[in-house]
Structure formats: structure tokens, C-alpha cells
Design a binder for this molecule. Structure first.
Ligand SMILES: *Cc1c(COP(=O)(O)O)cnc(C)c1O
Length: 429
């Protein structure tokens, strides 16, 4: 961990907040009722005034224009997925034409696999890790089943040695001649490990393997440089760090060198604009990112993203990343200094270049500690069996909130407050 000269007093938290060039953005977001401290922005980001305004604006246009909403603003809403994609693409340093906002993450995985995975006798395997979020596997497995192939024969798994981190060297060694496609997370959702996408992509391409990344836990937290990384594809949701609202429309990146590929899942919004409304039964595929859209854009699930992109463009992705790293470093420092005696530790990457946007706090009583934290007016995020994910979000969390979180965790430890709660699981915790 970079040496940041942290100290134990609350004064430092206050000084860091005063010096924070992003602190003004906190007011652009709505505080939770009861002024709770929110540490779960990596699952669902908070609502912002900008997101709300963009949503209300769409409502106005619909009210006033009816069907003409599609023509309004020079076809802005007709091309909403592409227009928003160009803005989100800046966070990835992708080309403006390589990103589409469409569907959901899971469907975009289906889309990417259906497009890139063309199994032959010699090259048919799909390489994955065993720590990724399950929906990624469900989507891949069902693509395999759809081709009438055997999942166990097609899937090649790189297993984590410790159940926490993925060894990049092991991934590279698994890139054998029979591998056709690789899908990996950019940041692991539990341990916050940020994989070296550039290295992995280079190694995959040396072996003529397509490689794509699931950016769900990095987009909006980590500044990517896809012009350098050059992956073949990527997919992500926009409701976590990016704060575009529950179930907001997702994103897909396709490297422009693949725009001549036949898209796996076609629909009329993937047709060339010029011939779309001729309504012919012959699909005339657009030869750009448009092809990756299937049906009519979900305008209401996209508008909040337009609002929140204003915030990101004003704040600057590099500043967001720098503050995020400092917040998590500060949190780890306080955990080490104050919480170890109560059985807490963290199990995430400590090096800046390998860490995403959250800290994975570990405790045997993690589940009941989450319940106790809620009583302290703090919203954490629990992951079985013993991890509390804590994500201080650069755009709306402060150093003082991190400090208060540590205060609460210390009290809970000192008084063993978990004994006041049952271990029975709720649906969403
Ligand atoms: C959050 C998340 C998803 C979510 O998929 P949806 O289709 O948006 O529900 C998928 N993959 C990963 C790695 C995630 O973290």
C-alpha cells in the first residue's frame, strides 16, 4: 500500500475532507432518509439530482411530443444507446463508437458469447475463473447448451488457490490451443482484486484467443484505458458505482476491429439506420456498435445515466479513482490500527494498481455485524460466508464517514453487539 501518512485522529479525516476537490459533489446526491452512512454504492449507487432531472426531462418530452420523442433533439432518444455509450466510453478511454448502452449485463454476456464463440473441433473451449459472479456462468453455460454441446467439455476453469484471488499466471497457462474465448471480471466482486487486463489481453491475442471482461465492479470506480488494453469485448451494469439507478440499462463494448462480425443476437434496432424502417425481413446489420442493440431503447432506464454522466464529466474519472483509492487506503489503515483486536481483518488487494473500489472486511460474525451496523445507521453489504464489503464512493462519501464507520465497527466489536441479532438470513442483506 502506498504510504499515505495516515494518522488516527478524526482531525485528519476532517482535513482530508476540506482538501477534497470532489467534496462538492456530495450535494448533487440525495442523502438517505435518516442521514444514514451509505457504504453499499458498489451494489446500488445513490440517486442524484442530475439523474432525477434527466428522467423528468424524458417524461416531459414524452408528454409533449408523443411518438415524436424519437425525432426530438435531432433523434437524441432514438440514438440514446449510442449517444450515452459515447459518454460512458470516455470512462474506458474507448473510441466513441465502441460502446452501446443496452439490455442488462446478463443479456450482454449472452450477446458477446453468441457473437465471439464460434466453436470448431480444435478450438471450442471457454475459459473462466471460479470466483466470478454466478450470472456470468449461467449465461455462458446456457449458450453452450443452446449449441447442443456439453458444458463440462467446453468450460475450462481457472481455480483460485485461496478462494480469494486469481493468479494471472495461472490464467495465462490455461490459455491453451483449444481455448476460443475468455471471460474474466476486471475486479473481483468479493476481494476487489483488479486484474491486469492489458497483460491478459496481450497473452490471449498472442494465442489467437478472444478475451472480454465483466466491468461491473470497476466501471465508475477504476479508470480504464481500452485504447491500450484493446480487449475484444466488455460488458457491465451501470447501477453500481455509476449510480444510474436500480436495473438501469447496461453497457457493452465491442472493439471496432470486430464490427464486421455477424452479431449473435439480432433485432431491428441492430439494423442499419437507413433501412431499418423499410421493415424488410432480411436483417441488414449495422456495421458499427449499433448492431449490438436488439429492440427499442429503454429510455426511462437510461435517462438517469445521462444525468450522472454530467457529474462524472465535471469530476473527472482520474480524480474519482484517486479519491477512491485514498478512501479505501484510509479505511484499511484504520481497520489495521483499531479493529484487529476485535477479530476483524480485510482480505483484499492492498496495492493501488491491483485494488478496485471496495474493502472486503472479514469477521467470523460478519452477517450479524451487518445487522448491527444498520442499527448504527450504516448500510454495508454482506457476502457469504464472512465478508462485509465496504465501498466508500468518491462522489458522495467522505473521510469522516469512513471514520464513523470504524467507530461503529469498534463499538460493535467491543460490546459483541452481534449477540443481539439472529443469524437467520433475509432476502436482501
Ligand atoms: C452485478 C453483476 C452482474 C449483474 O448482472 P445483471 O444482469 O445486471 O443483473 C453481473 N456480473 C457481475 C460480475 C456483477 O457484479
Amino acid at each position: 500500500m502506498a504510504n499515505r501518512n495516515f494518522t488516527l485522529g478524526i482531525e485528519q479525516a476532517r482535513t482530508l475532507d476540506q482538501q477534497d476537490i470532489l467534496s462538492k459533489f456530495k450535494d448533487r446526491f440525495y442523502p438517505l432518509s435518516g442521514n444514514k452512512i451509505y457504504m453499499d454504492g458498489n451494489s446500488l449507487g445513490l440517486a442524484s439530482k442530475d439523474a432525477e432531472q434527466a428522467l423528468l426531462k424524458v417524461m416531459e418530452v414524452w408528454k409533449n411530443e408523443g411518438i415524436l420523442i424519437w425525432n426530438a433533439d435531432n433523434g437524441h432518444y432514438f440514438n440514446y444507446g449510442k449517444n450515452l455509450g459515447a459518454r460512458v466510453g470516455k470512462l474506458l478511454n474507448a473510441e466513441a463508437n465502441e460502446v452501446m448502452i443496452t439490455a442488462n449485463t446478463t443479456l450482454n454476456i449472452h450477446q458477446a458469447i453468441a457473437t465471439f464463440w464460434k466453436p470448431t473441433k480444435e478450438r471450442y473451449k471457454i475459459l473462466v475463473d471460479d470466483l466470478n459472479f454466478p450470472t456470468d456462468r449461467y449465461a455462458i453455460d446456457s449458450q453452450i447448451a443452446l449449441k447442443g454441446m456439453c458444458i463440462d467439455e467446453v468450460i475450462k476453469i481457472v481455480s483460485s488457490q485461496d478462494g480469494v484471488f486469481i493468479d494471472e499466471q495461472a490464467v495465462i497457462e490455461a490459455m491453451t490451443e483449444d481455448v476460443a474465448v475468455i471471460l474474466l471480471p476486471s475486479v473481483l466482486y468479493r476481494s476487489s482484486q483488479l486484474l491486469d487486463m492489458e497483460r491478459l489481453t496481450k497473452e490471449a491475442h498472442k494465442r489467437d484467443i478472444y478475451i472480454g471482461f465483466d466491468l461491473c465492479h470497476s466501471i465508475g470506480a477504476v479508470a480504464h484505458d481500452f485504447k491500450t488494453v484493446q480487449p475484444d469485448f466488455a460488458i457491465w451494469c451501470n447501477y453500481k458505482y455509476l449510480s444510474a439507478g436500480p436495473g438501469s440499462t447496461a453497457g457493452i463494448y465491442i472493439n471496432q476491429k470486430h464490427f464486421d462480425k455477424q452479431v449473435g443476437l439480432a433485432g431491428w434496432f441492430g439494423n442499419k439506420d437507413e433501412t431499418q424502417f423499410q421493415l424488410k425481413h432480411q436483417f441488414d446489420q449495422a456495421l458499427d456498435i449499433t448492431a449490438y442493440q436488439t429492440g427499442t431503447p429503454n429510455i426511462f432506464s437510461m435517462a438517469p445515466l445521462e444525468g450522472v454522466m454530467n457529474i462524472y464529466e465535471e469530476a473527472g474519472m482520474a480524480n474519482v479513482r484517486a479519491k477512491s483509492l485514498n478512501l479505501t487506503a484510509y479505511m484499511m489503515y484504520l481497520i489495521e490500527e483499531r479493529l484487529g483486536v476485535y477479530g476483524y481483518s480485510y482480505n483484499n488487494e492492498t496495492e493501488d494498481s491491483k485494488r478496485g473500489g471496495h474493502v472486503a472486511l472479514v469477521h467470523d460474525e460478519a452477517y450479524r455485524i451487518c445487522l448491527a451496523l444498520k442499527q448504527h445507521n450504516i448500510i454495508p453489504d454482506y457476502r457469504e460466508p464472512n465478508v462485509i464489503r465496504l465501498a466508500p464512493i468518491a462522489l458522495y462519501n467522505s473521510y469522516e464517514e469512513v471514520y464513523k464507520l470504524i467507530d461503529a465497527l469498534e463499538l460493535i466489536g467491543k460490546n459483541q453487539e452481534w449477540n443481539n441479532f439472529s443469524n437467520e438470513r433475509a432476502i436482501v442483506i
